[in-house]
Design a protein around this ligand. Structure first.
Ligand code: FES
Ligand code: FES
Length: 162
């Protein structure tokens, strides 16, 4: 039996009818067609499904859609709108990933960006070591993480000079 759910996703009110066993990531991808949130493992290890729920990064494969009832979700699709200085509307973290080549295949990137935004929100002056530790819940199989760390540091510098 499906259960009605109401939440806010990327600034818009959303109503859906969900199976009680449906995961948040399934609601986002399969019902709301927000396919920027990826599924890499389904076991809470890779971080590809990271979104923000009520302002905190969560792995959308590790919680039920019903747990987001009444909440506010931001996915990678809703992160832009940062009024980037480069003439785009990208969030500064997205700009930094682009400029620092913080991605190759891009599969991990949405979750990596969402986790990185949370990381700097929690610790704007995070050291390289703290950045690397903060990304331990997000796996990238391509980059060796070096340019991802550089991107986050670039975002730190941009924020410091803003
Ligand atoms: Fe959620 Fe891997 S798909 S952590
Ligand atoms: Fe390919 Fe990270 S860029 S998995």
């Amino acid at each position: 039996m499906n259960i009605p759910i109401a939440l806010n996703v990327n600034g818009k009110a959303v109503q859906a009818s969900v199976d009680p066993r449906m995961l948040l990531v399934q609601l986002l991808r399969e019902q709301l067609h927000l396919t920027g949130t990826h599924v890499g493992c389904d076991t809470a290890h890779c971080g590809a499904c990271t979104v923000h729920l009520n302002g905190r990064a969560v792995k959308a494969c590790s919680m039920l859609a019903l747990q987001a009832q009444g909440g506010s979700v931001t996915t990678i699709e809703g992160l832009a709108g940062g009024g980037g200085k480069d003439g785009t509307d990208l969030h500064p973290m997205q700009t930094a990933f682009r400029e620092c080549h913080g991605l190759q295949c891009g599969f991990c990137t949405p979750g990596m960006v969402m986790a990185s935004v949370q990381l700097l929100k929690d610790n704007p002056n995070a050291s390289e070591q703290q950045i690397r530790e903060g990304l331990e819940g997000n796996i990238c199989r391509c980059t060796g993480y070096h340019n991802i760390v550089r991107a986050i540091q670039s975002c730190q510098r941009a924020a410091a000079t803003a």
